[in-house]
Design a protein. Sequence first.
Length: 273
Amino acid sequence: MYQKALSNTGFQTIYIDGFAGSGEVPLTEHKDDLFDEDVRVVLAGSADRALGVEPPFSRYVFIDDRRNCIDALKAKFRGNANAAGASYLIGDANAYIPKICSDEQWRGQRGVVLLDPFGSQVEWATIEAIAATKAIDLWYLFPAGLSVFRQISKDGKVDPTHEPSLTRLFGTEDWKTAFLKPSRQHDLFGGPAGQEKTVTPESAAEFMKGRLKTVFAGGVMEEMIPLGKHAYASYYLLFAWGNPSLKASALAKKLSKAALKATDRKHGRIIGH
């Protein structure tokens, strides 16, 4: 939808995958009794899907910090005409993406970035760099339940090693007052009250949505999709766009709404307006 909308505008387009993986997502493995062999069921990964888009993006950038994944992508896409100009980068997306954002000329170019980390790897500085271009749309699979919620214990304690991680993730220490509140109960020895955990995966995602609104001049989609196993939202899919023009915002809203309608509802409900 994105490529069709921009196909006649004269813009060059770039797709950036910050955690590209190996090009496929394993689902299950089972024994096929008929043929007496193991069967592996996989889904096409984000990089594979992006390369299948028609019309294709002008350029593709695939980033992963695991060499074996990048080698697998190169082998998988060898001979794919759409991948002829693809770049494969081994390393930290937090290092590569800000550099791409600052080095590229965005006047005649538009981009889409997908960030789907395993945990809290994405630093706020990377989000700021993307927003500053005012030319990139961001799809962010935010680890609200997997990383944020689980890094705060039930009694409101945060491991000292986790505090800096959460601050880098949100770009502020305001998460402390948003996710914790003073406890009304004193300890057994009459000491000062501790803290209570108030954050939920959904409220953590709402907090990040609010943070995105502070830097993306275009806007942030109010709706978000919770994703995870067994009805537990490990992630929330968020969308933000950088171009502040009325025309670009209208297009971004239209495309994001259409993408939501195309979502498989079995994997999560849509939250928002």
